[in-house]
Design a binder for this molecule. Structure first.
Ligand SMILES: [Fe+2]
Length: 385
């Protein structure tokens, strides 16, 4: 018999063009009339934040903005945001952004109801109380933090990324409006899109995968194969943006319920050590980790190859599976994803990076038994290209 499953995602999810028009009604249903808006300065400068705050102002919902969230949000970001929340007597959070504002919002929301310091919550399920209500408005097709039970905060003192897996951080409402994703630069669209692909792929092959996560993950891989290149080539392509919004969303539903793998374990180290954007870190590692995992689940890689548009008819499983690796390399090249050599990565750092990666909470999900030496070798392979 299979074990039973406890499946998480937000109770309410708004997705599609115009979805932000529903935000005020959701806040009213939650009886939130004074909220902290957690966002970042780039989104504020682009006018994305204002699209939402104009709706709040028109509806008479009081808000204060905390926009100091860094690309890899820090403990200080969390503490400073919480101070604004408490000083202003806020009753809930509207988070606007990609992964960073969403992750910071989850940490702020959990500290408000649980107290203490965010470093106390590193790991799995450390909090007791549910977060304050969060309406999570996603602006990039990538991290899917708006629907997941995970968040990542950088401890700037220890220089590590703390990965938290905690159902109490789950948003009350997720919002995915592709119109908010228009006009994002090509490099950001490519990197965040490859993050979504990494979520889908790692969710599909992880040890924790099950029938619902498989269905979601494979559909996300297919949608990304169909639309990511178009969204990168023309950031105003609303059809491609809509497909990517769906892909990111459903990949998030998948991995939040079954886990990830060592692409994320290794990428977290590149993020904390060199401040490399999360999507870029995943993208440049993905084909090399996929090659490592190939022998553990060739049937699934054959399905991935097909979902990414490769013709696998008549091929044996091993040959079809290999086409998935080819497709991933071709995608990274076409999307001009940098290589590890283009970053501040130093081969002399791999002992430390690999030791930290093996302890990352995502490592347990990888389908093949992995050692510190394996991780070092994958870093070397990615560096050599
Ligand atoms: Fe990710």
């Amino acid at each position: 018999m299979e074990d039973y499953r406890r499946i998480y995602w937000p109770a309410i999810n708004l997705i599609g063009v115009g979805a932000i028009q529903g935000v005020v009604t959701e806040l009213q249903n939650l009886q939130l009339n004074n909220v902290l808006v957690v966002t970042d300065k780039v989104l504020r400068a682009m006018g994305v934040t204002q699209k939402v705050t104009d709706l709040l102002a028109a509806a008479g919902i009081a808000f204060n903005i905390y926009d100091d969230v860094k690309p890899n949000p820090t403990v200080a970001n969390v503490n400073n945001g919480l101070a604004v929340y408490q000083a202003q007597g806020c009753k809930g959070i509207v988070s606007i952004g990609g992964g960073s504002p969403q992750d910071a919002a989850k940490a702020i929301g959990l500290l408000q109801t649980n107290g203490g310091n965010i470093v106390d919550y590193e790991g799995i399920g450390k909090s007791i109380n549910k977060s304050v209500p969060i309406v999570a408005i996603n602006t990039t097709a990538g991290t899917a933090s708006e629907v997941t039970i995970n968040y990542v905060i950088t401890d700037e003192v220890r220089k590590i990324k703390m990965v938290m897996v905690d159902p109490n951080c789950l948003a009350s409402v997720s919002v995915n409006d592709p119109e908010l994703m228009l006009g994002k630069p090509a490099g950001l669209t490519a990197a965040t899109g490859m993050d979504a692909l990494t979520h889908a792929l790692e969710a599909f092959i992880t040890k924790g995968a099950f029938r619902l996560s498989d269905t979601l993950a494979l559909e996300a891989i297919k949608l990304i194969g169909e639309s990511l290149a178009d969204a990168v080539a023309d950031g105003s392509n609303l059809t491609a943006r809509t497909k990517m919004a769906w892909a990111s969303y459903i990949a998030g539903l998948a991995f939040s319920n079954c886990g990830l793998g060592i692409v994320h374990s290794m990428a977290h180290q590149l993020g904390s050590e060199y401040d490399l954007p999360h999507g870029v870190a995943n993208a440049l590692l993905l084909p090399y980790v996929a090659s490592f995992n190939l022998s553990a689940c060739p049937e699934k890689f054959a399905q991935i190859a097909s979902a990414l548009g490769k013709n696998t008819i008549g091929l044996n499983t091993a040959d079809a599976a290999q086409l998935a690796i080819d497709a991933l390399r071709e995608m990274a090249k076409a999307l001009q994803i940098p290589t590890l050599k283009d970053t501040r990565f130093q081969l002399s750092d791999i002992d430390k990076l690999a030791e930290q990666a093996i302890r990352d909470v995502c490592t347990g999900g990888t389908p093949r038994t992995v050692t510190v030496d394996d991780i070092k070798q994958i870093f070397i392979n990615a560096y050599q290209g």
